[in-house]
Design a binder for this molecule. Structure first.
Ligand code: C2O
Length: 552
């Protein structure tokens, strides 16, 4: 068994985009950060050294971390942050996963610039027979002219929307539709007739995105490091934290200009529903007459008819309904057909009174909190996993997260201003025994504002057995679940004003975070977590903490 070692130095680097220069938080001075590429089954060791003036952690998003919860990374959930000048080595094994994932900082809003691709080459050949000419990470992200700290603080202190990012990016580059950015355009050379694998990653903080390539169709073969039934589409919808691997064949007329735009724009945005901004990169056909051609700077010339418009629900739903597990004899679908427990959670944005001496910009002069079952999650001052391991949980967390919405909670929310807004701020998790098969129904509410929520579960994959608009109906919906080939993922885009039902086999002992992957919502408390308990004494069933585990 191979061990692959990496060194990540978290450091500041001067970077300019849109003619704004600023000191960006990076890994090894790279933006986006370095790609981690390993083989299925490898041991991975990443030594992370903190050379910035704030604390940090790194999370390997989607890596199952089977029995290696100490290496998962979310700050105050599985570890205390790494302090300035200190190092921590994340050690884990990539078991039974193959495809595209991402890694990112998991403290405050640092993942705005600290992120990169995590690629797992399969042990067996790909289950599709087309020869692949090249594999290309396509990381969708954002650029802020302002300091992201300041954006986050403003949002937390005052409530109300923060400044939007100034640009969407493809591999850190905004592309020619933004001011000052022609030189900052991602260009992928391709050869006529060849097929390429695009490993698409959404690393944006607060936006679900559409992605398309002019005149080309995409064949989806894998999402969140799990193979899917291949299907062809003209565009994909991808939520923050999700990954989608597609094949694309360079089959356009070689006598054309040879430049084809790839583009990403928001599907839904929590921030500015009128967001018109689009990141653009290009496929450049080799040997065509594009040598010195200037990049087009006007949207109309880019032939992006494939790219859905903002809030195109039909395109988003059509895409998510097309996703199915491969469910072949070699890659069977492991969806639990029966469950031991159904947990029902409402997701809402609530209004809170403005703290004294502050000016709040939320509705009626208040500020927002986000919650699940009216519980708004507070990060403790200690690592939950550590306090669980040592059985010193008092003052850190409680295990009584309510597994049903409060009775008084009317989640059709006719008039939010007269509703009970008594959201509790606390650190509450739920506990399930090892091996339990659980279903979680995630119900968006109209409480204040229906929103989109990409819910991410740490330490486990899950199966999306059903979803829909409106309210989940227990008499009707479970009978319609897909228990044959539902997609297996680590992040589900809960439809705006709708619900999604996910099934999990809780086969990984430890403490696992569950949260909205819109950073804004996580900061407002849209999170919980669960403990997979393997016997009564944690320290007898979990591995001991590594010696270099940071202290709080
Ligand atoms: Cu990608 Cu808890 O995060």
């Amino acid at each position: 068994q191979t061990t692959r070692r990496f060194q990540f130095n978290i450091e500041q680097k001067e970077v300019s985009r849109l003619c704004h220069r600023k000191a960006l938080l990076t890994v090894n001075g790279e933006y986006p950060g370095p790609t981690i590429a390993v083989q299925e089954g490898d041991n991975v060791e990443v030594k992370v050294t903190n050379r910035i003036s704030q604390n940090t952690t790194i999370h390997w998003h989607g890596i199952r971390q089977i029995r290696t919860g100490w290496a998962d990374g979310p700050a105050f959930i599985t570890q205390c942050p790494i302090r300035t000048g200190q190092s921590y080595t994340y050690k884990f094994t990539v078991i039974n996963q193959k495809g595209t994932l991402l890694w990112h900082a998991h403290h405050l809003w640092q993942r705005a610039s600290i992120y990169g691709a995590f690629i797992i080459y399969p042990r067996l050949p790909y289950p599709f027979s087309v020869p692949i000419q090249a594999e290309v990470p396509i990381i969708l992200g954002e650029w802020w002219n302002a300091e992201v700290d300041a954006v986050e603080n403003e949002m937390m202190m005052y409530g109300g929307g923060p400044n939007a990012s100034n640009a969407y990016t493809i591999n850190g580059l905004p592309g020619p539709l933004y001011p000052c950015s022609i030189k900052d355009t991602f260009i992928q050379p391709v050869e006529h007739g060849k097929t390429y694998m695009l490993r698409i990653i959404n690393a944006a903080l607060n936006n679900e995105l559409f992605f398309a390539v002019a005149n080309h169709s995409l064949t989806v073969v894998e999402v969140d490091a799990v193979y899917t039934k291949p299907f062809e589409t003209t565009a994909i919808m991808i939520a923050p934290g999700q990954t989608t691997t597609v094949l694309i064949t360079a089959n356009q007329d070689p006598n054309s200009s040879g430049m084809f735009a790839m583009a990403s724009r928001p599907y839904l945005t929590t921030l500015f529903p009128s967001d018109k901004s689009i990141a653009v990169g290009f496929l450049r056909y080799k040997g065509t007459r594009n040598g010195k051609m200037e990049l087009p700077t006007r949207l109309e010339t880019l032939q992006l008819d494939n790219l859905p418009q903002l809030e195109d629900n039909d395109a988003a739903i059509k895409f998510s309904k097309s996703l199915k597990s491969l469910a072949s004899p070699q890659y069977p679908c492991q969806v639990p057909k029966k469950i031991d427990k159904r947990i029902m959670t409402t997701i809402s944005l609530n209004l809170q009174d403005c703290p004294a001496n502050k000016t709040c910009k939320g509705l009626n002069g208040g500020r927002f909190l986000a919650s699940m079952n009216n519980q708004s999650f507070v990060h403790p001052k200690m690592s939950i996993l550590q306090s669980y391991y040592y059985n010193l949980t008092a003052g850190v967390f409680a295990s009584n997260f309510p597994e049903q919405p409060p009775k008084s909670f009317n989640y059709t929310g006719v008039d939010p201003l007269t509703e009970d807004m008594s959201t509790e701020t606390a650190t509450k998790l739920f506990t399930v025994p090892y091996g339990a098969r659980i279903e979680i129904v995630l119900q968006d509410t109209n409480f204040l504002n229906p929103e989109n929520h990409p819910i991410h579960v740490h330490g486990h994959n899950f199966f999306i057995v059903g979803s829909g608009f409106g309210n989940f109906d227990i008499a009707r919906d479970p009978a319609r679940y897909n228990l044959i080939d539902p997609p297996e993922r680590n992040t589900v885009a809960v439809p705006k004003g709708g619900w999604a039902a996910i099934r999990i086999k809780a086969d990984n002992p430890g403490v696992w975070y569950i949260h909205c992957h819109l950073e804004e919502h996580t900061s407002w408390g849209l999170a919980t977590g669960f403990i997979v308990q393997n016997g009564p004494i944690p320290s007898q069933t979990l591995l001991p903490p590594p010696e270099d585990l940071p202290l709080c």
